[in-house]
Ligand binder design. Structure first.
Ligand code: SPQ
Length: 438
């Protein structure tokens, strides 16, 4: 068991400096999955050496794939080909990682072996029927617990059939799960999404020479392809950069440069939302690296104003709402978020938990079924609970940049799932953050 850590944030004035946040989590997972299924050797640069991505890496090792330990973000994968995975000897423990469990469900549904997927308490309470139901339509055999959650027991079959499926919610994990099952299915698998979601699976499959066709809101994959090893350059994770986009916006006298940030248009909603609130963010040196857009971002302090967040931006900023709520708490006037009910089924109920913490810090935050109404105000000190959710812990750390007294955040150990260097980088820019073992 890992040690329990609390963060204590002393009121801090400003953020200044230049940093590069670690590699994109979504792309790191996918690089291991597709590199393992490819024929040949894949070299990955910029891999995120954090618990979630390591859960995926260890799962593939347990299925017989030789993968080196990440060293300075570099990983080498000896691909075993589409049909080369071996039955794991034990259940695959995916820790806290929803992406690992949902994407692996699709990929393992088409193997010729059985296996069980388990996770920690948070992952074991997240909804899995959103993947097991459409997979069952393809012919998969997956048993969930009675309430539709993990552990999942998968009896792989060679008889998956392509389907034409309309996603009931905007979810990149469900879309990716079905695309990965589609690699093993007879015929075409067509997935239509209600709104654009991150498209790293489609882009990376194409990079491995496996064609995914896009027509409007529909992605189509055919079961008769193969993956050929390639090199992958993972940019910095915009979801990790988001803490500093907000931090440098709300803290006075701040000027921060974030290097080499992934700018995939299905992920940049946080920049659009902050700009609508009046943030001063410049996109410098835009370029393309390995099929994904990348840029350096400069953020300078600004006076933010509350807005009605356009619903079309919600799936494009879904993981950034905890810290966007902090931006809203520091903005002049009211911010309204609607259409974000998916936030209730993340590592915790991110609507409820953020509203509870904001109220503790003296901010008027009212929850609604699918969002929140926040009135900007003065942030005070106090003790808030992260519910073991990495993004909640980091979001409340950023609130310290405008707090009038210290903020204690309970249970921050899981920051290690996506951003182990958070404390070091945040303090290098000027955040007064102490980490205490409890
Ligand atoms: O992997 P996990 O635990 O689901 O991680 C989260 C996060 O905040 O890091 C969600 F809690 O990110 C998801 C994201 O919300 C990662 C992801 C992906 O890589 O495909 C897609 C999103 O989830 P969803 O359910 O909207 O598809």
């Amino acid at each position: 068991m890992s040690t329990l850590i609390n963060f204590i944030i002393q009121p801090s004035d400003s953020l200044n400096g230049e940093i590069r946040v670690p590699g994109d989590k979504s792309m790191s997972h996918r690089s291991i999955m597709l590199g393992s299924l490819a024929e040949g050797v894949t070299h990955v640069k910029g891999f995120l050496n954090a618990e979630d991505a390591m859960s995926t890496l260890k799962a593939f090792r347990a299925m017989g794939v030789e993968i080196t330990d990440p060293v300075n973000g570099e990983v080498t994968i000896n691909g075993v080909g589409k049909y080369g995975l071996k039955a794991p000897e034990k259940p695959l423990d995916l820790g806290n990682s929803g992406t690992s469990m949902r994407l692996l469900s699709g990929l393992l549904a088409g193997q010729n072996f059985e296996c069980t997927l388990t996770g920690d308490e948070s992952l074991s309470s997240r909804p899995m029927r959103r993947v097991t139901e459409p997979l069952a339509l393809m012919g998969a055999n997956i048993k969930t617990q009675a309430n539709g959650s993990a552990p999942l027991h998968i009896s792989g079959t060679k008889k998956l059939q392509g389907i034409d499926y309309v996603l009931p919610m905007a979810s990149a994990q469900v879309k990716s799960c079905l695309l990965l099952a589609g690699i093993y299915a007879i015929g075409e698998t067509k997935i239509t999404e209600p709104a654009p979601t991150r498209d790293h699976t489609e882009r990376m499959l194409n990079g491995f020479g496996y064609s995914v066709k896009r027509q409007g809101s529909q992605a189509t994959i055919n079961g008769n392809g193969k993956l050929t090893a390639t090199n992958i350059d993972v940019p910095s994770d915009i979801s990790s950069a988001a803490f500093f986009l907000v931090g440098a916006s709300i803290a006075r006298n701040s000027d921060v440069i974030l290097r080499h940030v992934g700018m995939n248009p299905t992920r940049t909603g946080v920049i659009d939302i902050l700009k609508l609130m009046g943030a001063n963010i410049s996109i410098l040196n835009p370029r393309k690296v390995g099929g994904e857009p990348v840029a350096d971002l400069r953020v300078i302090s600004s006076s933010l104003t509350g807005i009605n967040i356009p619903e079309r931006l919600v799936p494009l900023a879904i993981d950034e709402f905890p810290v966007l709520f902090i931006a809203a708490a520091c903005a002049k006037g009211q911010t309204i978020l609607m259409g974000a009910e998916e936030l209730r089924v993340k590592e915790c109920d991110r609507i409820q938990v953020m509203a509870d913490g904001l109220k503790t810090l003296g901010i008027d935050a009212q929850t609604t079924a699918d969002g929140m109404i926040i009135k900007g105000g003065k942030i005070g000190g106090g003790e808030v609970v992260s519910h073991g959710d990495h993004r909640i812990a980091m979001a409340f750390s950023i609130a310290g940049l405008r707090a009038s007294a210290p903020i204690t955040i309970q249970n921050c150990t899981n920051v290690n799932t996506s951003f182990p260097e958070f404390r070091e980088l945040a303090t290098s820019l000027g955040l007064q953050l102490q980490s205490i073992e409890v």
